[in-house]
Write a protein of this length. Sequence first.
Length: 136
Amino acid sequence: MESEGPGVKPGIEELLIFFNSHKVKCCVASSTPRKSVALTVERGGLMGYFDFIIGGDEIINSKPDPEIFLKACEKADVAAGEAIVLEDSENGLLAANAGDIPVVCIPDMKQHGEDLMAKAAAFVTTAEDVPALFAT
């Protein structure tokens, strides 16, 4: 991590370029403390793609409570129903769903059950698959 930075999942930078080219506000809303998230994003070479970061130390209730996502919507001046959350974790899926924010699931190490997947607006295998969801 110190010498090489974090591994960036396939398609993440391309997805961020896609969102930025379409003037979509992007943020990171993580349960991890903000300083650690910022360092990880910076070392991954992705800081320039995000409008802001909200860390777990900036909220009272952690996921699966929707507080962090609702705070991100408020800061971005976007209604929850017009936002989208990209999430891999169970608690993140539950939080977005509880906040009435559409969520796209991009699973990481854990495959989720059908009951949880039913809460997602979409399910994709990798970040590379997300732009196709917005094709008109």
